[in-house]
Design a protein around this ligand. Structure first.
Ligand code: F6R
Length: 616
């Protein structure tokens, strides 16, 4: 949650900071603010409740004559509502110090009482103001911004990234990080800080990911990283794979629409370099050693939301190909029970952002019990891959829209690659079976493109249904998580009641919800995969149709069995049945997006949500 940007260099800091905030706005968008060193040597702040556009309008109306140092913040409220007063930055040292924060200071009430007793007054309801006032006091004692921040973080419990600037130290921004992300962009005569690389990829592709419990101190020409004990640490730069401009809309009506259309390329990039001569080898897994992978007796996939549905899809493939039990569990549920994990458990976390706090904590928990951990992640420099034994990056490019689309399909692709890698190492599939599956996987991008090219038909359907108040989604086998994903997309984008069910559950309860006119999407399994499953789902369609439901079937090309009973049939190209989810999900993404459009909603920034859930 919350996006953070910092800059020191030769450009106008306000332009760099606002540009960075624009690209990080998906992290939180209920208020925004900046603090910049002005030409007259005074530190000035401007902050506003509402989306970034409100702050931009304010700055256009009251421009600041800025220099080359600044910080900016876009907020997802935790402590205190989204008001001007609660927006960041917060001030300390009589307004000479400005500080921004991502995370939660869990012991803020106790620290606040201490500061009030010492004579400080608060102007907001936030936990962050505690940090601003404390760093301000410590700056008085130490006369050094880095040292003040270092001493201050020793008092905090919780998760945080802070950035601070002080009027007496123009040309310097100092940051600290625990459990929340912070990445440094290395420029030429300029340096950047951001919650993720999207903040600065327009200017530089060289970056350093700050480690856990580290402090960073940047000027235009230097970057110093130290630990919380003040010892300098050597930080290895990496090259950002994302292109400049990848985090822009590129002429599309929304980031989400752009990202839906990018799915073929995103999947192709995820497969690139990992499928050769009919076999899969993931170079990032080499360091783990084949013996370790052969010794795995159980796989546990941990993730939240859409990423968990990707895990559910992959469970079917992994169990079938690798012949080990696979469980999929929501990270927050896994973390707070006593899961049976040991050295022969492989825990695979799935997280587009690589920052989801629930998943991060679950990974740490699994590691502490001796499990081997692999992260499936889209974001270089993110915390979860750094905390894992190995990482498989999905190479989807930046996903800016809050609702995950290309993140989802590339997560399935990466998990399938993992399955085929394990099947080769463990000898559970013959080489001809593996070759068949790699051919099928390599064909997926073109088949997704066929479905995205039929977006207008789905859009029309969504426009007709703009007044719908409730929609159900049914699926079976790999189609079940697709039904859950379709329902989630509709809830989060169009704010419509939507439920996904396993079609086999229908008669165990959900059928009571069916009433005349109720739209029900049914993800129909391929008859080539299992004719039994297929005919059972066709029977389900008949059952709900008999009770008046309006059936929209998603079925493979040529499946005529659904025609007599479905009101609409959305077709997907023929594929291996385990590869069908890549295509089946696409009309559901487009439907949710277009229905939200039809209702005049903001599809990129749905209400109450933020893309990276960096607090538990
Ligand atoms: C839904 C959505 C969320 C995320 C979930 C996990 O469209 O985007 O459900 O999938 O918050 O996020 P990551 O993958 O970043 O861990």
């Amino acid at each position: 949650m919350c996006g953070i940007v910092g800059y020191v260099g030769h450009r106008s800091s306000i332009d760099v900071v606002l540009g960075g905030l624009r690209r990080l706005e998906y992290r939180g968008y209920d208020s925004a603010g900046v603090a910049v060193m002005c030409g007259d040597g005074v530190l000035r702040t401007s902050k506003k409740a509402g989306k970034l556009g409100v702050l931009e309008a304010e700055l256009a109306a009251h421009p600041l004559s800025v220099g080359g140092t600044g910080i900016g913040h876009t907020r997802w409220a935790t402590h205190g509502g989204p008001t001007d007063a609660n927006a960041h930055p917060h001030l300390g040292d009589q307004g000479r110090l400005a500080l921004i924060h991502n995370g939660i200071i869990e012991n803020f009430a106790e620290l606040r009482a201490e500061l009030v007793a010492a004579g400080d007054t608060f102007t907001s309801e936030t936990d962050t103001e505690v940090a601003a006032l404390m760093v301000g006091r410590l700056y008085h004692e130490t006369g050094d911004l880095r040292e003040a921040l270092r001493r201050c973080v020793a008092r905090f419990e919780g998760a945080y990234t802070f950035l601070a600037v002080h009027e007496a130290e123009p040309g310097r921004v100092v940051g600290a990080r625990r459990n929340s992300p912070l990445v440094v962009g290395l420029g030429d005569g300029e340096n950047f800080l951001g919650s993720d690389v999207a903040a600065f990829v327009e200017y530089t592709q060289r970056a350093i990911a700050l480690g856990q419990d580290q402090i960073v101190d940047i000027t235009a020409t230097s970057v110093t990283v130290s630990d919380f004990d003040g010892r300098e640490v050597v930080a290895e730069p990496f090259r950002v794979a994302w292109e400049a401009g990848a985090a822009d809309k590129g002429g599309w009506s929304s980031f989400m629409r752009k990202e839906v259309s990018e799915q073929p390329v995103a999947v192709a990039n995820t497969l690139l370099g990992r499928v050769n001569d009919g076999d899969v080898a993931i170079p990032e897994l080499t360091a783990l050693g084949d013996d370790l992978l052969r010794g795995i007796h159980r796989i546990v996939i941990i993730a939240c939301g859409t990423a968990a549905y990707a895990g559910m899809v992959a469970k079917y493939a992994l169990e079938s190909w690798v012949r080990v039990p696979v469980e999929v569990e929501l990270s927050h549920e896994f973390r707070y029970r006593s899961p049976v994990i040991n050295a022969d458990t492989l825990v695979v976390s799935v997280s587009q952002s690589g920052e989801t706090m629930d998943t991060l904590m679950a990974v740490k928990h699994a590691r502490a019990q001796g499990a081997t951990t692999i992260s499936v992640c889209n974001t270089q420099g993110a915390t979860i891959p750094r905390e894992s034994d190995a990482a498989i990056y999905t190479h989807a490019g930046p996903e800016v829209a809050v609702a995950s689309t290309k993140g989802f399909v590339t997560q399935i692709a990466a998990l399938y690659l993992l399955g085929l890698h394990l099947a080769r190492v463990r000898g559970t599939l013959s080489s001809s079976e593996r070759e068949h599956l790699t051919v099928e996987l390599l064909a997926v991008p073109d088949k997704i493109a066929v479905v995205t090219s039929e977006a207008e038909r789905v859009a029309q359907l969504a426009r007709w249904m703009a007044d719908t108040r409730s929609v159900l989604f049914l699926g079976r086998h790999v189609g079940y998580p697709i039904a859950l994903e379709g329902a989630l997309k509709l809830k989060e984008l169009a704010y419509i009641h939507a439920e996904g069910f396993a079609a086999g559950e229908l008669k165990h309860g959900p059928i009571a919800l069916i009433e005349p006119g109720l739209p029900v999407f049914v993800v129909v399994p391929s008859p080539r995969g299992s004719s039994v499953l297929h005919s059972k789902v066709v029977s389900n369609i008949q059952e709900i149709r008999a009770r008046g439901a309006r059936v929209i079937a998603i079925a493979e090309a040529g499946d005529a069995a659904v025609l007599p009973y479905a009101d609409e049939v959305l077709r997907i190209p023929l594929a291996d049945p385990l590869c069908e989810p890549f295509m089946q999900v696409v009309p559901l993404q487009i439907f949710a997006l277009e229905l939200a459009h039809a209702k005049g909603l903001d599809v990129d920034q749905p209400r109450n949500l933020a893309k990276s859930v960096t607090v538990e």
